[in-house]
Design a protein around this ligand. Structure first.
Ligand SMILES: Cc1ncc(COP(=O)(O)O)c(C=O)c1O
Length: 413
């Protein structure tokens, strides 16, 4: 079971794709007046900007690329620390290391997103940014974290990969930070298999982000050079094929999240009376997209029994999302032979010294060992989920799963 958008791939996606294939121009650049150029990437950037409510969007080829581009646009690099939750997808951490900055792992709270109190404790003279990850379809503590960032003159990056369509105080996630990122991989709200976006309001950041994703070029060239390039970039461009699919998916997102929330509400109503069972706290209940329902059992032992019986394990098991299971992070396994960024003199000469150990975030460990993810619209073994329903489930199927869950929990409580 993949993400909710993957279930809705149909005629609209096919039509958009065929339009591009038949025209034969798959690259984001061309002379704008060329008849065979459908400008799908540009259109997607404009439609995403409108949907999110932000001035600028750079479409890229993955959520990981989006994070790398965002950090580079902010100028984050050697000697800098970026605070990131110990419960997130590996890409949040990897993108910081590949920016040659040092990830500082912080605790989550029962919202399963950054705990503002721990973030405050982790700020040092080397901190340049906080990466707030809106995990499992729900916004984190945006106000708290943003205030902290402002107070300490830090950049705020919102990793919204898992929360396209989620809102906070009526606005989309991604508009609150200095820069935001999204993913359109197969497990995300809407999908083209892979894809991503970087979003921001600041024009200078936009020019930098665009340049990083396209060999240093200025935004929106017609496929030809336009003046001198201010910085080196790489290539993280999206293709017309990806954009064609995403334009069709974007039209489905509101109906999709409405259905997810309805299904999640039904599941939650069906289990909320079980005493001893509690739910993830939601900093913005109205703003969630409803892809997953996370419950807490009273202790790790009971959670393990329930998770094993349901076949989904506990969230602490997730190999891609829990720092304890990231052997490459724990071992600082970087690609170069000198251990950059951890051994970088810009870092060590400024007092920097970081080690990652199993159990270093006891609050996170305790929370995740008691947590079970019930899939509502996305199921991914790597996410620590696998039991639940899908966006296509009808009420009978939901009720049957509710019954199965109730019986299992009651047996072990
Ligand atoms: C929180 C988070 N950040 C970043 C990413 C990376 O996105 P992608 O797989 O598109 O590179 C993901 C993807 O799973 C994610 O969940």
């Amino acid at each position: 079971m993949a993400g909710p958008g993957s279930y809705l791939i149909g005629e609209e996606e096919k039509k958009n794709l065929l339009e591009v294939i038949e025209a034969g121009w798959l690259y984001r650049y061309a002379d704008a007046s060329a008849a065979n150029f459908k400008a799908k990437v540009l259109q997607l950037e404009q439609e995403l900007a409108q949907y999110i409510g932000i001035k600028r969007v750079v479409a890229v080829n993955s959520g990981t690329a989006a994070l790398f581009v965002a950090l580079a646009a902010l100028g984050i690099g050697p000697g800098d620390e970026v605070i990131v939750p110990g419960y997130t997808f590996i890409a949040s951490i990897g993108s910081i290391v590949y920016s040659r900055a040092v990830p500082i792992l912080a605790e989550i709270d029962e919202s399963l997103t950054l705990d503002p109190q721990d973030v405050r404790k982790k700020i040092t003279k080397r901190t340049r940014a906080i990466m707030l990850v809106h995990m499992l379809g729900n916004p984190g503590h945006i106000d708290h974290i943003r205030n902290l960032a402002r107070e300490h003159n830090l950049q705020l990056v919102e990793d919204c990969a898992q929360a396209f369509g989620a809102t906070y105080k009526g606005k989309s996630v991604g508009v609150y930070g200095d820069i935001g990122t999204f993913s359109f991989n197969f497990y995300k709200t809407i999908t083209a298999g892979d894809g991503g976006a970087v979003v921001m309001n600041d024009e200078d950041l936009y020019r930098r982000a665009f340049a990083v994703h396209d060999q240093g070029h200025l935004p929106l060239r017609d496929g030809v050079e336009q003046g001198s390039r201010a910085l080196l970039g790489l290539n993280f461009k999206m293709t017309e094929l990806t954009a064609a699919v995403l334009l069709a998916q974007l039209k489905k997102v509101d109906a999709l999240t409405m259905k997810l929330k309805e299904n999640k509400g039904r599941f939650k109503d069906g289990i909320k009376d079980i005493s001893g069972l509690t739910f993830r706290t939601l900093p913005e209940p109205q703003g969630e997209i409803g892809t997953l329902l996370t419950v807490f059992l009273p202790n790790a032992d009971i959670a393990r029994k329930v998770g094993d019986e349901l076949g989904c394990g506990v969230v602490a098991d997730s190999g891609w999302h829990v720092y304890n299971n990231m052997e490459h992070v724990l071992g600082k396994k970087v690609v170069d032979s000198v251990g950059c960024p951890f051994t970088c003199p810009y870092y060590t000469n400024n007092g920097g010294n970081v080690n990652y150990e199993i159990g270093m975030l006891p609050q996170t460990d305790s929370i995740l060992s008691r947590a079970i993810n019930i899939s509502v619209g996305v199921s991914d073994a790597g996410l620590g989920s696998g039991f639940g329903i899908s966006i296509l489930s009808d009420n009978d199927e939901i009720d049957a799963k509710v019954e199965q869950f109730r019986k299992c929990v009651k047996k072990h409580l």
